[in-house]
Design a binder for this molecule. Sequence first.
Ligand code: PGA
Length: 258
Amino acid sequence: MRQKIVAGNWKMNKDFEDAEVLLDDIYNAQLKYKGDVQVIVCPPTLYLELATDYANDEEMDEAPFGVGAQNVSEYVKGAYTGEISAQMLASMGITHCIVGHSERRKYFGETDKIIAEKINLLLSYSMQPIYCCGEVLEEREAGKHIEVVAKQIQSALFHLTPEEFSNIIIAYEPVWAIGTGKNATPEQAQEMHDIIRKLILEKYGNEVANDTSILYGGSCNAKNARELFAMPDVDGGLIGGASLIAEDFLKIRDSFVD
Ligand code: PGA
């Protein structure tokens, strides 16, 4: 069965001291956690090492949480000032990486082609990409949201083999819901997640489709997570704003109805 996942995307927030407090709170809560939800934290690059220090705690049989980067270079290595490579992330014990986030598409010109390169590199270093897709408001209002998301999925992911694809986590994040306080309704999320799963089924078959975790993102918080996660094809959330407060983030982790 597919994994339930709650991932926190801190974006460009927190100074070092505040990052330490947040990681410490999540770590302590995870020490006591007995549930089956996988927690992933995606802090800014500078704090990844701190996060992996917590995650690699030898007292625990399993890492208390996965550590994800928010970005990776599309290039392998060399003269790319300011970039961080997949090899570097892997060598630091990073397990996941967000790719295709709408903020990177919008402000940093990331195309599906660039995103596909990043995904290939991450997979070659055995890290799990969290692939974000989602339509903007005008596309939804024009009734094009399904077409847009289908194209994003096909052009960034469908070159992968079934084995490669089985390491992909998908996050459906309608852009109009990100940071706006206006989340998609559970029905809107379910409709798109179902469509995404059917696309995967057509391309890769039943087993891969059933095992792919599809997360919802966009103003998901401690109040609305329960009804979103109750939908049959919503396997968890990619959480921005609400992941910056440990108590809220952990409440979201505990929002699955069995
Ligand atoms: P939000 O961000 O929860 O603050 O809306 C989600 C995201 O961008 O991943």
